[in-house]
Ligand binder design. Structure first.
Ligand SMILES: [Zn+2]
Length: 144
């Protein structure tokens, strides 16, 4: 069985990012470099699982070679998980929490918690447990 794993690297321009005009070490031309964000994503069976590295680079406007230069050295962009399986799970967890704390379900959850803390539920469960025990006892006695 083949397990297909891999790493994908995406580069996108940073809006309002740094620019610099200088000779390119790769193509040798005097070129304008633009700040880009590089995002590395771990992939399993061609599905994006997890973003694990993000950094800023300066990209040559002519040959598109990327370099970490003085302008971007030390800049660490926030590593978000948008577009990955981990991101989808985080979004689902966030939506579940929002649903559980807002609207009618949130009210029900708060009332339930208040009932548990006040001891009312324990009393009711106590009654239900006693009734179940009595019913089982009657059944048991019938069979004997
Ligand atoms: Zn170049």
């Amino acid at each position: 069985m083949w397990i297909i794993i891999g790493d994908r690297s995406r580069t996108e321009p940073v809006a309002g990012g740094a620019t610099a005009r200088r000779p390119c070490p790769k193509c040798g031309a005097m070129a304008t470099f633009h700040e880009h964000r590089v995002l590395k994503t771990f992939r399993l069976y061609f599905v994006d699982i997890l973003n694990h590295d993000a950094r800023h680079v300066m990209v040559c406007g002519r040959c598109h070679a990327a370099f970490i230069t003085d302008e971007v050295a030390g800049r660490r962009p926030e590593l978000d998980q948008r577009g990955t399986v981990v991101g989808a799970l985080q979004g689902a967890a966030r939506r579940t929490r929002d649903v559980a704390t807002s609207g009618a379900i949130g009210d029900a959850v708060r009332k339930g918690r208040a009932a548990i803390e006040s001891g009312a539920v324990t009393e009711q469960l106590g009654d239900a447990a006693a009734q179940s025990r009595d019913a089982l006892r009657r059944l048991w006695n019938k069979r004997r």
